[in-house]
Design a protein. Structure first.
Length: 186
């Protein structure tokens, strides 16, 4: 009789394991592959299966009183085991979130670096040389502050116009304004 009870209990464990969803197979999610057991409430599943198995084992070994004690013990142990699995899932989700945030940060930094390399035209400044009457236009590009020297610098294009209005590029360069306010070619 006792051997038959043990055999029934082992069969119950073997049958309950796949029902409990303890599969570690990876399933695709919106955030990347996660273990299949992370798609369910493991605490509740563990408590239910632990309670049923505990009650079955307890009944096989100790009758009605054994079923109650086994069921309560199985409920508690199954719930704790399920809670540990839920904590593993949370840890995996946090890891994925950090990986995704790092990838998004890298993409944002790359986009900012690409934006910085692209020339951005600011409002041009036009002036006339009084002695010759020649018109000029300076267009600042890519203004930035040098953290080491505290200078604000800008690349620029300079265009001069002849009497007929024909434009000629007369210069490209960089000008910087120092912390003391003086401007010099960089």
């Amino acid at each position: 009789m006792f051997a038959k009870s043990i055999l029934v209990s082992v069969a119950a464990v073997v049958l309950a394991t796949p029902i409990g969803g303890c599969s570690t197979a990876m399933v695709p999610t919106a955030y990347g592959p996660m273990p299949e057991f992370c798609t369910q409430n493991n605490t509740a599943t563990g408590a239910i299966i632990g309670g049923l198995l505990g009650a079955g084992l307890g009944a096989a070994i100790g009758g009605g009183r054994g079923a109650a004690i086994g069921g309560a013990s199985g409920l508690a142990l199954g719930g704790l085991t399920g809670a540990q699995a839920d904590q593993q899932c949370r840890q995996l989700a946090l890891q994925r979130a950090l990986e995704m945030a790092a990838a998004q940060q890298a993409a944002a930094q790359q986009a900012a670096a690409n934006q910085a390399r692209r020339q951005v035209a600011f409002a041009p400044v036009e002036y006339v040389t009084p002695t010759t009457g020649q018109r000029h236009k300076i267009t600042p590009l890519n203004s930035y502050t040098n953290p080491a020297t505290k200078e604000t610098c800008s690349s620029f294009d300079e265009v001069s116009f002849d009497a007929d209005g024909k434009a000629t590029v007369t210069g490209k360069g960089r000008a910087c304004k120092g912390a003391d306010g003086t401007v010099h070619a960089g």
